[in-house]
Write a protein that binds this ligand. Structure first.
Ligand code: GRF
Length: 228
């Protein structure tokens, strides 16, 4: 019989620590970026309150002084910080300010819930693979503005919404979750948008939990490899 040395045993234990996948999902510190209404933000808060997402929204950043999301944050007792894009000379300067606010609230995941600004590498590098966006189409179809109108004009019979990891190009990046929504014969942009939003509110928190779990798993795997 081959004799195991103390070294072999130690290596074996480190590669496959017992109960690795039984760890509870991580408690997340979310920073929400929003430009308007904030119904997705409220849906995330509801999922947290219902115990469906182990997370806390530590700050909301908004760029438009009249955005309703600020009222929603105040009602929930969550700090909301206005960073008006018109006050910044460049997109990088704006993103630098956003990063500073997010860091000061010890955010680890950035959630774009109706954030109507292009991002720069400055923001992406500050939270690698940890910025999620929701878009009202089945990406890669209909990226950019007026996605619901684009879908109606194209005459597709099914559209929906997508949660994806944010990369530099608008509405690109690995897809975490999608929900399909049928286009009905008498649909207007408003009616279709309303049905898509119901699905957005359902999948965003699920996608956040899934992305965080995947990230946790990857981190554990690379930790055991580097220990080895
Ligand atoms: C959503 O439809 C989202 O897909 C898009 O902006 C909208 C934001 O809605 N990116 P709300 O502000 O969360 O109500």
């Amino acid at each position: 019989m081959t004799q195991l040395s103390a070294n072999d045993t130690a290596t074996h234990c480190l590669i496959s620590p017992p109960g690795l996948h039984e760890l509870p999902p991580p408690e997340l510190r979310l920073g929400v970026l929003a430009s308007g209404n904030g119904s997705n933000f409220s849906a995330i808060l509801a999922a947290i309150a219902a115990g469906q997402l182990r997370a806390e929204v530590t700050v909301v950043v908004y760029n438009n002084p009249t955005a309703k999301v600020a009222e929603r944050a105040a009602a929930a007792g969550i700090p909301a910080v206005l960073l008006d894009h018109r006050a910044y000379e460049t997109r990088v300067a704006m993103d630098q300010a956003i990063v500073a606010v997010l860091r000061s609230h010890r955010v680890d995941w950035v959630i774009m819930a109706g954030w109507m600004r292009r991002v720069t590498q400055r923001l992406i590098d500050a939270f690698p693979q940890k910025i999620l966006n929701i878009h009202p189409s089945l990406l890669p179809s209909f990226p950019g503005l007026a996605a619901v109108e684009q879908a109606l004009t194209a005459g597709v019979k099914i559209t929906g919404c997508t949660v994806h990891v944010v990369e530099l190009e608008v509405d690109s990046g690995p897809i975490i979750m999608q929900a399909a929504v049928p286009v009905l014969p008498d649909d207007s942009a408003e009616k279709l948008q309303a049905r898509i939003q119901i699905q957005e509110h359902r999948i965003f928190s699920l996608a956040i939990a899934l992305a965080a779990q995947q990230a946790q798993k990857l981190a554990q795997q690379s930790e055991s490899i580097s220990i080895r």
